[in-house]
Write a protein that binds this ligand. Structure first.
Ligand code: NAP
Length: 246
C-alpha cells in the first residue's frame, strides 16, 4: 500500500519508531531513519534489518530540538530520495518527577524535544509534504489526553502536539495534506521498561485487554493513517491503548 513512498521517521533507531520503519518498509516504502548521533549503533542495526528483509533505508543524524540540524536533515533526505511523502514525528523522551521537584531544565528539555521537535521537523518538511500531497503523523500519548502523576512536562508536550495537529490540519487541508496524531497507552519499549513491577501490574489491571501494547501494533495504525485508505481522515487523535482510557 505504501510502495515507493518516501517516509521519514524521527527517533527511529529503536522502540516504536523502529517498528514503524520495519512496517513501512515491508509495505514497500523507502525509509529515512533519524536519531541523535549517540544512537548510531542502533540506527545501523535497524538499517541492516530493513535491508536484510529486502527494503531500502538510509539514516540521518539530527537532534530534532534544534531547528538548523533538523532543516539540514530534511535537505539531506530530499537530496538522497528526491522528496518526502510521509513524516512521522516520533522522537520523544521522558524526565518524570512531580512538579514540586521538577527543575526548569527537566521541564524545558521535555518540551524542547517532544513538542518543539515536532514544530522543527514539520516546519522544515512542510514544503516537501505539500509538494507530494503527503501525510504527517504525530505521536502524542494517552498522557496528553488524561494527564499522569509525575509527568506534567510530558503531558503538556503531548497535549501540545494535539493542538498543533488540529491547527495544522486546518491550514494544509487545502493542499490535500492530512495531519493526524496517535495517542498510545503503555507500549513495551525502553520508555516503559523502568516502571516498577507494582506500577506495571496496576496499569495492566486498568487496561481492558490486561496487557501492554506492542510497538508493532502502534506501527500498524500509523501505516494505515499513512495509506490511501485514510485519505479522508485529518485532524484526528486516535487512541491505541487496549482500553485503558475507556
Ligand atoms: P524510545 O524507545 O526511547 O525511542 C525514542 C527514540 O527517540 C530514542 O531512540 C531516542 O534516543 C530518540 N530521541 C530522543 N531525543 C531525540 C532528539 N532530540 N532527536 C532525535 N531523536 C531523539 O521510546 P518509544 O517508547 O519508542 O517512544 C516513541 C514515541 O512514542 C515517543 O514520542 C513517546 O513519547 C511515544 N509514546 C510512547 C509510549 C510507550 O508506552 N512507550 C506511549 C505513548 C507515547 P535516546 O534514547 O538517545 O534518547
Amino acid at each position: 500500500m505504501l510502495k515507493d513512498k518516501i517516509v521519514l521517521i524521527t527517533g527511529s533507531s529503536q522502540g516504536i519508531g523502529k517498528a514503524i520503519a520495519l512496517k513501512f518498509s515491508s509495505s514497500g516504502a523507502k525509509i529515512a531513519l533519524n536519531d541523535i548521533e549517540s544512537q548510531e549503533e542502533n540506527l545501523k542495526r535497524t538499517k541492516e534489518e530493513i535491508e536484510k528483509a529486502g527494503g531500502h533505508a538510509k539514516y540521518f543524524f539530527a537532534d530534532v530540538s534544534k531547528f538548523e540540524e533538523t532543516e539540514k536533515m530534511i535537505q539531506e533526505v530530499q537530496k538522497e530520495f528526491g522528496g518526502l511523502d510521509v513524516l512521522v514525528n516520533n522522537a520523544g523522551i521522558v524526565q518524570d518527577r512531580t512538579l514540586a521537584k521538577m527543575t526548569s531544565e527537566e521541564w524545558q528539555r521535555v518540551i524542547d524535544i517532544n513538542l518543539t521537535g515536532v514544530f522543527n521537523s514539520t516546519k522544515a518538511a512542510l514544503p516537501l509534504i505539500i509538494q507530494s500531497r503527503g501525510k504527517i503523523i504525530n505521536i502524542s500519548s494517552i498522557v496528553g489526553l488524561k494527564g499522569n502523576f509525575g509527568q506534567a512536562n510530558y503531558a503538556a508536550a503531548k497535549a501540545g502536539i494535539i493542538g498543533f495537529t488540529k491547527s495544522l490540519s486546518k491550514e494544509v487541508g487545502r493542499f490535500g495534506v492530512t495531519v493526524n496524531a496517535v495517542a498510545p497507552g503503555f507500549i513495551e519499549t525502553r520508555l516503559t521498561e523502568n516502571l516498577s513491577e507494582e506500577m506495571k501490574v496496576a496499569i495492566k489491571n486498568f487496561t481492558s485487554l490486561g496487557r501492554f501494547g506492542k510497538p508493532e501494533e502502534v506501527a500498524s495504525l500509523i501505516a494505515f493513517l499513512a495509506s490511501k485508505e485514510a485519505d479522508f481522515i485529518t485532524g484526528e487523535v486516535i487512541t491505541i491503548d487496549g482500553g485503558l482510557a475507556v
